[in-house]
Design a protein around this ligand. Structure first.
Ligand code: NAD
Ligand code: TYD
Length: 327
């Protein structure tokens, strides 16, 4: 497993170890987004600290062999990709290439690439299917789209048993507070401004992180090599509604909501059709209203997890990203 110290990866490892009794090796570079603390309750997991773009690190993690590689490792934040695309090209592109080569070298039986609905671009009405064209808007989504194409080429060219899972926007415990929901929750708990981009009417298709983890598990066990599986959340909401609900759940005052300059190239709406993964027996279990409440409670109860995050490099990032935007 790669990127298992990050948000979705650590939630996935927790499900695999607790519910499937899998033996898991995590290869993770521990960037700002990857933290040992995310795996602290799972001492049975072996962590190899290294870069997926480094062949030696990939070989070390595979060791004497693994049954499957599931790749979560990536640079993942759209705003960072707009400010500094460099690491996105390296990790998401070169990193995926090194993992595919590692899978080939060590004859790994199965490879699952974790991807995103953002590779399809924006959709005004209806939902994307796995057949929809790839039209990414940001350096982040473009780097993920490139990785997906490379994965498919390894299936067609070398017969690698590779498949791709494209998730919609995830939320839940252990998410780094640069993404919409944890950023707004922590700001609301502190009474800090809530920076809403543009008119706040952009729509996202929210997926509880454990539902994504179980969807990936289904694809790993039952999916067909060479195929793409969309894993979309059960609910959609405009950002401003999400932010207002967070204000209610945290007991903050609505006056802290501040409309700020929009993100360049901002996708208006994402929506994923998930019929194909449903046909494998997957169904989302957690609706947004319930999942958001659980998530807010998790952040309330886990100050030990986020206090060190909010005080470190994050402050510099926050200042760069929001300093000029916020009044
Ligand atoms: P995250 O930013 O929380 O975690 C990324 C992890 O990858 C971190 O542990 C980081 O240390 C590690 N990493 C980064 N560069 C690395 C490198 N070069 N070598 C080894 N490890 C490296 O990300 P996330 O939100 O958990 O996303 C995981 C995957 O799911 C990504 O591939 C992302 O594109 C995809 N995805 C995310 C979402 C979402 O809403 N967050 C939705 C759909 C798909
Ligand atoms: P984000 O969590 O960055 O995910 P993505 O861009 O991958 O969908 O953002 C989700 C939505 O929230 C997106 O429309 C941008 C918006 N947003 C804000 O309005 N303010 C913010 O401070 C952030 C981080 C995001």
């Amino acid at each position: 497993m790669c990127g298992g110290a990050g948000f979705i990866g650590s939630n996935f490892v927790r499900i695999r170890v607790r519910e499937e009794a899998d033996e898991v090796v995590v290869l993770d570079k521990l960037t700002y987004a990857g933290r040992r603390e995310n795996l602290a309750d799972l001492p049975e997991v072996s962590l190899v600290v290294g870069d997926i773009a480094d062949q030696a690190a990939v070989d070390e993690a595979i060791g004497d062999g693994v049954d499957a590689i599931v790749n979560f490792a990536a640079e993942t934040h759209v705003d960072r990709s707009i400010a500094q695309p460099d690491a996105f090209v390296t990790t998401n592109g070169q990193g995926t290439y090194q993992l595919l080569e590692g899978a080939r070298r060590h004859q790994v039986a199965r490879y699952v690439q974790i991807s995103t609905d953002e590779v399809y671009g924006s959709i005004e009405e209806g939902s994307f299917t796995e057949e929809s064209p790839i039209v990414p808007s940001s350096p982040y989504s473009a780097s993920k789209a490139g990785a997906d194409l490379l994965v498919q080429s390894y299936f067609h060219t070398y017969g690698l048993e590779a498949l791709i899972c494209r998730g919609s926007n995830n939320y839940g415990p252990y998410q780094y507070p640069e993404k919409l929901i944890p950023l707004m929750v922590l700001n609301a708990l502190h009474g800090d401004p809530l920076p809403v981009y543009g008119d706040g009417m952009q729509v996202r298709n929210w997926l509880y992180v454990e539902d994504f983890g179980r969807g990936i598990g289904h694809a790993l066990a039952h999916g067909h090599a060479g195929e793409v599986y969309n894993v979309g959340g059960p609910d959609e909401a405009p950002n401003i509604e999400v932010v207002k609900r967070i204000v209610e759940l945290t007991g903050a005052d609505e006056s802290i909501i501040e409309y700020v300059t929009d993100r360049p190239g901002h996708d208006r709406r994402y929506s994923l059709g998930s019929e194909k993964i449903r046909a494998l027996g997957w169904e989302a279990r957690v609706h947004f209203a319930e999942g958001l409440e659980k998530t807010v409670n998790w952040y309330r109860e886990n100050t030990d997890w986020w206090e060190p995050v909010r005080s470190g490099d994050y402050r510099e990032y926050y200042e760069r990203q929001y300093g000029r935007k916020l009044g």
